[in-house]
Design a protein around this ligand. Structure first.
Ligand code: ADP
Length: 655
């Protein structure tokens, strides 16, 4: 193939522009990205070679070489991995195939700092070379292809690139960066070693650089050796040395790894710029043997709610990389966990399909799940300082002090995802329900556990009360809470979208049933005294004829109409039956375009309220009845079915 010119896909051109214009604050990441690509290419070769040993040709030692040429102003990253065919070079280096990167493009804000962070998260990989290079030449040959099928790809990083066939003896890829004038500092051994140490130490592949030696310059006075020599410079020796640790971090003993190294490793595998919240590192022995290094990120990723989002676990078998995003190793409700599992027992040629069926994998998954839950339990336990002590410093170890507030932080980012586990992982339901936190009528912060609630439960109270709503304000001001406020009974305020669904799977906590204050008939049991009960019964009796008329007037809207003592200030509220779907959930489903059963609520009226008292004998009975109903709907976040009719009725009464 002779030289061909191709245009970059529009998105690539856009990305390149961004990369070259806004990443100056974090230039050096280009090396991490290119080394990571080289390492991936070696992993791919190793994987393909499992079934075809000939791919190793005569170079079985996989490695990455860094070299530079000051005079030519180039920096070259060479790997002897899988390489690319001409078509692969055109496809992979000219388009953005990954939906993730497209997603990334749509999230760009134009703000340099946050965009740079995004790049970290999504990893634009190869194109980051253009941060420091005005031109990039890639020379590559696919493993197993003939030397004559080498490829040269060249681009100046603007509109297009050129591809041509070349002769290339070695398999694998060389990325040759023609450095910009202001990026010449990267053509320097120390600089490169420093960056590799920072980002790529744990790449399990050796990264090699040619050794340099100090050499004295020529004689100052050729006729007099005594006079000494001019200063020389660093000279390459032709001998290559490994400059990274090249040992997989997770295989080293815990005590030899610093927190900083753990955090660096996390950043490397997660492409997160921020440090992780916490991690756990263990060798598990038993029926199946494996090492796990699992991290909880400090921040939720942009795509946390993407249901197709893959797990963040990399699978290795005996230190050989097998696959990214091994979803079989972690339940979906823990999809935010990042890390590495290295199995001693799985076959190297394990496929995703095989993973689903393997008993070993099942054991690993359970083991990892338990570890993550223990880690969260530990954070939860140390989230708040013990109440008995004012002087936190006296009682807490440094380690425990570091955990203060960590669980709250975790929960704010990932709590809603964790709740999915209630419906997904029945075996761990009890542990999960202990990890739940809510706001309540006594706490604005999301910090109340079921156990906290139970510790404060009132004498005679036999249920854990809660309300679900769209927002905290709507929950707090809901008419259903009035009598609870009056009697000083705490109610949990649930405002996550998944709450209602998740609570389908939790009916009680530690023997105490959960009860929605917006569902079922109102019954405070022992919390109501005889007098109150009697008054309620009397009211129900006297109100009977009015109730019958209300029922008739509202027969299309309300399932039933009854008097209640749950209201104090409001004239009416809506409730649903005990096993019915809440009005809020039904609304949510409808908004999401899903099928929701038609919920016909029960209208409950407050016989003590002036407006309700006015009903009897009023000439406006019909209008008042509808206004009562529609207002109750408004109060709990709904909309009247016919808003215009509602406005008309209210206006008629006002005038
Ligand atoms: P990513 O690596 O995240 O997929 P990149 O833009 O870095 O995205 O690379 C795009 C593709 O180009 C890679 O997926 C890979 O197929 C190919 N590629 C990049 N570098 C190399 C390399 N050193 N050897 C082989 N293929 C490579």
């Amino acid at each position: 193939m002779s030289k061909q010119t191709h245009a970059f896909q529009a998105e690539v051109a856009q990305l390149l522009h961004l990369v070259t214009h806004s990443l100056y604050s974090n230039q050096e990441i280009f090396l991490r990205e290119l080394i990571s690509n080289a390492s991936d290419a070696c992993d791919k070769l190793r994987f393909e070679a499992l079934n075809n040993n000939a791919l190793y040709e005569d170079a079985p030692e996989l490695q990455v070489r860094l070299s530079f040429d000051k005079a030519a102003k180039t920096l070259t990253i060479t790997d002897n991995g899988i390489g690319m065919t001409a078509q692969e070079a055109i496809d992979h280096l000219g388009t953005i195939a990954k939906s993730g990167t497209k997603d990334f493009m749509s999230k760009l804000s134009g703000d340099q700092k946050s965009d740079a962070q995004l790049i970290g998260q999504f990893g634009v990989g190869f194109y980051s070379g253009f941060i420091v290079a005005e031109k990039i030449t890639v020379e590559t040959r696919r493993a197993g292809a003939a030397a004559a099928e080498g490829v040269r790809w060249i681009s100046g990083g603007t509109g297009d690139f050129e591809v041509e066939t070349i002769h290339r003896a070695e398999r694998g890829t060389s990325v040759i960066l023609h450095l910009r004038e202001e990026a010449l500092e990267y053509a320097n051994t120390w600089k490169l070693k420093e960056i590799v140490g920072k980002y790529s130490d744990h790449i399990s592949l050796p990264i090699l650089m040619e050794k340099e030696e100090w050499q004295d310059g020529e004689l100052i006075d050729p006729s007099n050796e005594e006079a000494g020599r001019k200063p020389g410079g660093m000279v390459k020796t032709g001998e290559w040395e490994t400059i990274n640790k090249a040992s997989a971090l997770w295989t080293r003993p815990k005590k030899d790894i610093t927190d900083e190294q753990y955090a660096d490793f996390y950043k490397q595998i997660s492409r997160d710029f921020e440090a992780p919240l916490t991690w756990t590192h263990n060798r598990v022995e038993g029926s199946t043997e494996y090492t796990q290094l699992l991290y909880i990120p400090g921040k939720a990723p942009q795509d946390l709610w993407n249901r197709d989002k893959k797990a963040g676990i990399k699978l290795y078998v005996k230190r050989v990389f097998i696959m990214d995003e091994a979803e079989a190793l972690m339940p979906s409700y823990l999809r935010f966990v990042k890390g590495v599992v290295d199995s001693a027992d799985l076959p190297l040629n394990v496929s995703r399909e095989l993973l689903q069926e393997s008993r070993d994998v099942k054991a690993i998954r359970e083991g990892c799940t338990k570890r993550v839950l223990s880690m969260l339990e530990d954070l939860a336990k140390h989230d708040k300082a013990p109440e008995s002590s004012d002087e936190v410093t006296d009682v807490l170890s440094d380690e425990d002090k570091a955990k203060l507030g960590q669980y709250s932080k975790f929960y704010a980012e990932f709590g809603a995802v964790l709740k999915e586990g209630l419906g997904e992982d029945f075996g761990n339901k009890d542990r999960l329900s202990k990890l739940l936190r809510f706001a309540s009528t006594t706490s604005d912060t999301v910090s109340v556990s079921f156990a906290d609630y139970k510790a404060r439960i009132k004498e005679g109270q036999d249920a854990i009360y809660y309300i679900t709503a769209d927002t905290l304000a709507a929950a707090k001001n809901s008419p259903q809470l009035e009598v609870f406020k009056k009697k000083g009974i705490e109610v949990l305020l649930m405002t996550d979208r998944v709450d209602e669904w998740a609570l389908n799977f939790v009916h009680e906590f530690d023997g105490t049933p959960l009860q929605s204050v917006a569902k079922g008939a109102f019954d405070l049991g022992k919390l109501q005294d005889e007098e109150e009960k009697k008054a309620a019964e009397d009211a129900a009796e006297t109100f009977k004829p009015v109730l019958a008329k209300l029922k008739e007037a509202l027969k299309d809207k309300a399932e039933d109409v009854r008097v209640t003592s749950r209201l104090v200030d409001s004239p009416a509220c809506l409730v649903v039956t005990d096993d019915g779907m809440s009005m809020q959930l039904a609304r949510m489903l409808k908004q999401a375009g899903q099928q929701a059963p038609e919920v016909k609520p029960v209208l409950e009226v407050n016989p003590e309220h002036a407006l309700v008292k006015k009903l009897d004998g009023s000439v406006h009975f019909h209008d008042l009845a509808h206004i009562l109903f529609d207002q109750a709907l408004l109060a709990e976040g709904g909309l009247p079915e016919d808003p215009a009719a509602y406005v008309k009725r209210v206006n008629a009464l006002l005038s």
